[in-house]
Design a protein around this ligand. Structure first.
Ligand SMILES: [Zn+2]
Length: 523
């Protein structure tokens, strides 16, 4: 991880606000001057200092956070990387803060990160307010049982341009498989360094997709949340999300007039409604594959990026606080649960099979789903029930978990992806006799899963003894990333590297797949 700036230090008695010299925004200067008179409890966020729907720029966010850090000394602010256009990506580290009165000891680690999508700014605005509320002691009690990390803005370039993608045109929340963008690589460096048991990725969904408008309505689903959806993830954790976390948060948020439901995806009122995706290329599932309790929230965006930003920010902030409180109150239980489920990812406790293909199916007990919409004819909210409801993830293909995989050293792009994930790799010195399974690729066909195209791969498997030559790279399954390793490397994996255009050469038909499964020691 590159950390070229580090502002650390817990000040004892903050008395005045140092104004950074690079601050040149008159409105913000005025606000900060106000702060200097009013005291640290009243530090307004940039959004709180302006009239109307004005989003906070990266410069203003950095000035605000630097000022807040100087004023309160309540957190460390670390630069964890830079965006494509060179903007700083920062991590607010509240661990070790004097705000947490609890004695040292194992605490629940929680990471929140916002605005991977540049046109979804309310999470960043809320993150600034949350940082302020923690740093000024208004909302800090949860730190007694939680080590808290906050990345307020993952995609500053996209934010400046009011666009979903980063400056290079990459959708950051589809980059968590290969970690090829500097923004997502930085985020995962933080994740892998601290391995938080709980993560929260903060987004917004648009109300007015064209198919919805054509059907005469806008989505009005309220505030949405979801947890783990890939079938390789612990069922204990998945049930904990559905049975404990979401009902509890729903109850906490109702008095704040925030209606919470499980995150439903549907491209149009006539298509399938499902609970997001099993893919591993997003922030939630890429962390969940380590049996982290990882979540995303989807607030309701405006008809423009700016519209109603204060109310959108309020709902996100309330949800983030409810989330922090739930996990603070249940910290010991959650930490024990995640520790136990992570221990089952490898070693004797690991599941003998790894799921490779899954899709959403109907549940006869729940034939339809009812959601809120805005009727565009009347302008009024109403409830609609949709029958194309596919709530259950069903695995359709699994393979036995191998001891490991043997990768020829010339597959440098594959090896680089594994290295970026921090996966442990070994290299054969001399030679290694092994019992292996090889795949011959028999067919590759376009198929349809989760309402998008994927490659349906047919193989034949051959088992034999051979000697892995010097320089062969070996990745053993006996590590925390075991499920991720199989999901990335198996040729039939719906979530694998071979599905990506840049790795298409791995799937040459009538040829041997170059990555081998190690299933035993050779006789
Ligand atoms: Zn998003």
């Amino acid at each position: 991880m590159s950390r070229n700036v580090k502002v650390r230090g817990w000040k004892d008695a903050p008395t005045f606000l140092a104004i950074p010299t690079f601050l040149a925004i008159p409105a913000l200067l005025a606000a900060l001057a106000l702060v200097a008179c009013a005291g640290p409890k009243d530090i307004p966020t940039p959004l709180e200092t302006v009239d109307g729907d004005v989003l906070t720029s990266h410069d203003d966010m950095m000035a605000f956070l630097t000022g807040l850090q100087n004023e309160t000394g309540a957190f460390a602010m670390d630069t964890i990387g830079t965006s494509v256009e060179g903007r700083s990506l920062v991590l607010l580290d509240f661990t070790g803060s004097r705000l947490s009165g609890a004695p040292d000891g194992p605490r629940l680690k929680m990471l929140m990160f916002a605005q991977q999508h540049g046109n979804e700014p309310s999470g960043k605005e809320a993150a600034m307010a949350l940082a302020r509320d923690i740093a000024t002691g208004r909302f800090s009690a949860f730190l007694e049982s939680v080590d808290f990390y906050l990345i307020p803005q993952v995609n500053p370039d996209g934010s400046e341009m009011r666009q979903r993608a980063n400056a290079a045109g990459s959708d950051l929340n589809r980059d968590h498989l290969t970690l090829s963008t500097p923004e997502v690589a930085a985020l995962h460096s933080v994740f892998k360094e601290h391995m938080p048991e709980v993560t929260l990725d903060i987004h917004e969904y648009g109300p007015a997709g064209s198919a919805w408008v054509r059907a005469g309505m806008h989505k009005d689903f309220g505030q949405q949340i979801d947890g783990l959806t890939n079938p390789n993830m612990s069922m204990e954790l998945r049930s904990f999300v559905w049975d404990r976390v979401i009902p509890n948060l729903r109850e906490r948020l109702a008095p704040q007039e925030v209606f919470l439901r499980r995150y439903l995806v549907s491209g149009s009122p006539h298509e399938r409604f499902r609970y997001s995706t099993t893919a591993l290329n997003d922030g939630r599932n890429s962390m969940g594959i380590y049996n982290s309790l990882s979540f995303l929230i989807e607030g309701l965006n405006g008809l423009t990026v700016e519209e109603d930003i204060r109310e959108r920010t309020r709902r996100q902030l309330e949800t983030m606080k409810a989330f922090a409180l739930f996990f603070s109150e249940n910290a010991a239980e959650v930490k024990a649960l995640v520790d136990a489920e992570r221990a089952r990812l490898w070693g004797d406790g690991a599941s003998p099979e790894v799921a490779l293909v899954a899709d959403y199916v109907k549940d006869p007990a729940h034939p339809g789903v009812t959601v809120g919409v805005i009727n565009l004819e009347t302008g009024l909210p109403e409830s609609r029930t949709f029958e194309e409801y596919y709530p259950v993830v069903e695995t359709t293909l699994s393979v036995p978990r191998p001891l490991g995989y043997a990768i020829p050293p010339h597959l440098t792009e594959v090896l680089e992806v594994l290295a970026r994930h921090g996966i442990a790799l070994g290299t054969v010195e001399g030679s290694l006799p092994a019992e292996v399974e090889t795949y011959r690729i028999e067919r590759v066909e376009a198929s349809w899963k989760e309402d998008k195209e994927f490659l349906d791969v047919g193989v034949t498997v051959h088992r034999r003894d051979l000697v892995l030559p010097q320089g062969t790279v070996v990745v053993w399954s006996d590590q925390l990333a075991s499920n991720l390793i199989a999901a990335l490397l198996e040729p039939q994996s719906q979530w694998g590297l071979a599905q990506l255009p840049e790795f298409a050469s791995l799937l040459a038909v009538s040829a041997e797949y170059p990555i081998l499964r190690i299933v035993g020691a050779a006789d």
